[in-house]
Design a protein. Structure first.
Lengths: 316, 246
């Protein structure tokens, strides 16, 4: 758990972060979203003390981050930046082993961990370990950057626009991978982005920042249904707020008890992981009223009707 | 193309070694340049030992230049050292622009004749290229890479040693290469203050109007410079292959 208490960063002529307090729950993804200059990156960098706050403090699992040297603190916190920042003169395996080596792990343990991470990120260790960063594609470089940040099993992972340099298709894949990894390792993630869609896709909780202040910090559906001010409303997109709300719920969560849909022969089938937005879109496209929800084994476990989806698309 | 270049280099190295070790074999080539029965090959000293001490002087001065220039380059690119940049730049520029001959003339009264004044002159003369390249190399390390290094918990020292210097190394080596080549030539001046080196052959030739001496001293020095230049360039290429910035 990360507790941020009245954190402020003042430069001579401006206040970059102005008295921000928030609590980041353990094992969750918190997304800080805001325009450039809103202070979101500064806030993130004050958590691992790449930037020293002017006032206020940060507690990670109850421990004040000021209680140890900055570089020692940062070895316990994963950090991923836009454009990955891989060391060009080191191989993929050496890059990933950076923090474990700083912490003095044994070589055999580093090797095992490196292979495990590469596997988790769908990079074959045999094929990629000895490659240099410039020999990888943008998406692969980004994944190695994530693997490097996770190498020393940090409880907290900070990410600053981690997918900003990727093209849209690879970005979506990278976001899915991050969700998988978060589930697998149970890491507490704080991610900074200017992309509200990304925030809604990834965030268990979303913090909206503007001009150094924290405007609203809540679950994404609350941001849509009860925006704190006009800026949040504009950001979450008042024209498509119903669709955004639908995108936050999966078919599995909203499914009605299983009974065969009428017109089952050409019936629409969707996986439990599909969002209601995707299910609705599919139903519209196929001109159907009802979709069958399939679980991971492919057995029907529920159904969704247009009416049941519509009920989810307005504030309750 | 590559192979032809390698063969050419090996041939040049073979030629230089052969000339330095058994110079008398080359006497017929130089004989036409002599007059009045003067010797065709330098006979007042052993060419091989002269070449070795020439090289040793240059390398020793170069080591000094590297240590000081790289240290200064590191200092002025640290957050606390930036105000020393103009001063450091002035010092190394002075070292480069002040003529080595004048340095020799000034140094002799202080440290006497021999290798010492030559070492001082070469050391000063070699600082500038190494210093400037070190500064550029350290300054052009990609910002994202440096931020990642800090973000992962490297101390300032660890960052310098394991990220900044390796990334700047190709440029630093280029500076060393330029400095070395300039000084192989400049070191011939050292013979005017009795430093052992190939300059002795040239000066003897000038004093006795023996063009054969001048030519063989010049050619040996030139070949040495070209070979050193190539050697360090090959080292740079090897480093660049792995340290390519994308």
């Amino acid at each position: 758990m990360i507790v941020i208490e009245s954190l402020t960063k003042r430069y001579e002529s401006m206040t970059a972060v102005d008295d921000v307090s928030m609590v980041v729950e353990r094992n969750s993804i918190t997304v800080v979203v805001g325009t450039s200059g809103s202070g979101k990156s500064t806030l993130l960098r004050m958590i691992n003390r790449l930037i020293e706050p002017t006032s206020g403090r940060v507690l990670i699992d109850g421990r004040d981050t000021e209680s140890e040297a900055g570089h020692v603190l940062r070895r316990r916190i994963g950090y991923v930046i836009q454009g990955h920042g891989l060391f060009p003169h080191r191989t993929v395996a050496e890059n990933i082993g950076t923090v474990p080596r700083l912490l003095g792990w044994e070589e055999s343990r580093i090797r095992t961990r490196t292979a495990q991470l590469l596997g988790a990120l769908q990079l074959d260790p045999g094929q990629y370990s000895e490659k240099y960063p410039h020999q990888l594609s943008g998406g692969q470089q980004q994944r190695v950057g994530v693997a490097r940040a996770l190498a020393a099993e940090p409880a907290v992972l900070l990410m600053d626009e981690p997918f900003g340099a990727l093209d849209p298709i690879i970005r979506e894949k990278a976001q899915d991978d991050l969700l998988d990894i978060q589930r697998k390792f149970g890491t507490t993630i704080v991610l900074v982005t200017h992309d509200i869609d990304e925030a809604f896709r990834l965030g268990d909780r979303v913090a909206v920042m503007s001009a150094g202040r924290l405007i609203q910090y809540d679950r994404p559906e609350v941001l849509v249904t009860r925006p704190a001010d006009a800026l949040v409303a504009r950001m979450t997109g008042s024209a498509e707020r119903a669709m955004r709300l639908l995108s936050l719920t999966t078919a599995g969560e909203a499914a009605l008890p299983w009974s065969a849909c009428e017109a089952a022969a050409d019936g629409v089938v969707v996986p439990t992981s599909a969002s209601l937005r995707e299910v609705l879109s599919e139903l519209l496209w196929r001109g159907s009223e009802c979709a069958t929800v399939l679980d991971a084994d492919g057995t029907p476990c529920g159904r969704l009707t247009v009416a049941s989806i519509m009920a989810r698309g307005r504030p309750s | 193309m590559r192979r032809a270049a390698t063969i050419l280099r090996l041939a040049a190295l073979g030629l230089l070694l052969a000339f330095l070790l058994v110079p008398q074999r080359f006497a017929p080539l130089f004989a036409p340049l002599t007059a009045g029965g003067a010797p065709a090959i330098y006979d007042q000293g052993n060419l091989w030992t002269l070449a070795l001490s020439h090289l040793a002087t240059v390398l020793a001065a170069c080591v000094g230049s590297i240590v000081i220039a790289v240290a200064l380059g590191i200092l002025v690119t640290r957050p606390g050292g930036q105000e020393f940049l103009p001063l450091s730049r002035a010092v190394v520029n002075f070292g480069q622009t002040f003529p080595p001959v004048a340095v020799l003339a000034l140094a002799v009264p202080l440290v006497g004749f021999g290798e010492k004044p030559t070492l001082i002159a070469l050391f000063l003369y070699g600082l500038l290229p190494i210093f400037e390249n070190t500064v550029v190399g350290l300054r052009t390390c990609p910002a994202t890479v440096l931020e990642a290094a800090s973000g992962m918990g490297m101390s300032a020292r660890q960052k310098l040693v394991s990220v900044e210097l390796p990334l700047a190394m190709p440029l630093i080596l280029e500076g060393v290469r330029i400095s070395l080549v300039i000084n192989i030539g400049t070191a011939t001046l050292g013979s005017t203050v009795a430093a052992k080196g190939l300059g002795e052959v040239i000066i003897a030739g000038l004093l006795s109007s023996n063009m054969a001496f001048v030519l063989q001293g010049g050619l040996a020095t030139g070949l040495m410079a070209v070979l050193l230049y190539d050697g360090v360039a090959a080292l740079e290429r090897r480093l660049c292959r792995t340290a390519r910035i994308d």
